[in-house]
Ligand binder design. Structure first.
Ligand code: F0G
Length: 356
């Protein structure tokens, strides 16, 4: 067996790589697919959680970044550039560091989670906070890519989508077939598009008998695909998906139609509730944007749209430690202050509610 080799080496035959491609990898992919009995009990479905927070930099972006940076190096790039709500910048910075090239990252000022900001800094990226939102940052990086000697590694780069499709391969390899439904957060809709591609390719190869219905979720305050129009001032506590003009909008609509899929919007309060349910009842801690998959499942099941016994996979995209502040708040926004006690057994036992 030996250790997991990262998604390029594990799935090389399905990717545009050759002997000449310098593989830049941190061992991404091979993430756990966790049975979530508590979510099954709540919904009547058979629920599995694809825990993408277990990737090297704590998000699914690493699957795409190993491809994008490897291909960039193959093409002689010295600087990769990206716009980001945080996770892409953390991943680009780490893979560029490993490859010995520069990462230049643009993030919306004051709107990315502390964990992600610290990752980009730690990996020595050139990070600029832009007075604007993610969509402004992406527009600038596209122009940099056009006019300057830099290599764009946002998901508008097809190499990113190619790498990310491997998550669908892993799910089919574990379950023996595609699930009936796949629930996933949507920002730029790159990952929604990537999973659909992965499922389609394995179905065409006879490794799966069907495509799952692809169910994507945006935050209510940042739901351009659901509303059918660009949102110029997107707002949500799920900062990773605070996006008003998704880069993969067109491909995502095609993927929805191909899979008999769905796009829905979820309120922030429901997102935070789902984050607590997943952490407290399944033992999986994710950042708010990731919990929207869980909230989406609960909402669709409640609406009678998920048949009993249906096999459902939820992608949870980023680790809870990326953005831990929300777990420390009560449902109505107050701060949770853990009880302080003296260093005394009797008092501790009493505070824990333990009987003698
Ligand atoms: N979940 C997390 C944790 C993300 O960071 C992102 C996107 C998404 C979901 C949505 O994925 O854009 O492919 O639909 N984050 C990007 C970033 C925008 O810059 O880190 P998508």
């Amino acid at each position: 067996a030996g250790q997991w080799q990262g998604v390029i080496r594990e799935y090389a035959e399905f990717l545009d790589v050759t002997e000449a491609t310098p593989v830049v990898t941190l061992g991404e992919g091979g993430t756990p697919l966790i049975p979530a009995r508590a979510l099954g009990a709540r919904t009547g479905a058979e629920v599995w959680v694809k825990y993408e927070g277990m990737n090297p930099t704590g998000s699914f972006k690493d699957r795409g970044m190993t491809m994008a940076v490897s291909k960039a190096v193959e093409h002689g790039a010295k600087v990769v550039v990206c716009a980001s709500t945080g996770n892409t910048s953390a991943s680009a910075a780490a893979y560029a560091a490993n490859a010995g090239i520069e990462a230049a990252v643009l993030v919306p000022e004051g709107k990315i989670a502390m964990g992600k900001l610290s990752q980009a800094i730690a990996h020595n990226a050139r990070l600029l906070q832009v007075r604007g939102n993610f969509d402004d940052c992406l527009e600038i990086t596209r122009e940099l890519d056009r006019d300057y000697p830099v290599h764009l590694v946002n998901s508008v780069n097809n190499d990113r989508i190619e790498g990310q499709k491997t998550a669908a391969f892993e799910i089919i390899d574990v379950l023996g077939d595609a699930p009936d439904f796949h629930f996933i957060p949507v920002g730029n809709a790159g990952n929604y598009t990537a999973y659909t591609r992965g499922y389609r390719e394995f179905a065409e190869l006879g490794r799966a008998t069907k495509l799952p219905r692809m169910f994507g979720f945006q935050a209510t305050g940042a739901a351009p695909i659901v509303r059918g129009e660009v949102v110029t001032q997107p707002e949500t506590i799920a900062s990773a998906i605070r996006i008003g003009n998704p880069a993969s909008w067109g491909p995502a609509l095609e993927a929805r139609d191909e899979t008999n899929g769905y796009f829905g919007a979820i309120d922030d309060t429901k997102v935070l509730e789902a984050q607590r349910i997943l952490a407290a009842e399944v033992g999986v801690f994710v950042e708010p944007a990731s919990a929207i998959s869980v909230a989406g499942l609960l909402e669709r099941a409640e609406a009678g749209q998920v048949p009993a016994g249906a096999r459902v996979v939820l992608t949870v995209t980023g680790h809870g430690l990326k953005d831990p502040q929300w777990a420390l708040k009560t449902a109505d926004g107050g701060d949770i202050e853990p009880t302080v006690v003296p260093a005394d057994v009797a008092t501790v036992a009493q505070a824990l509610g333990l009987g003698a």
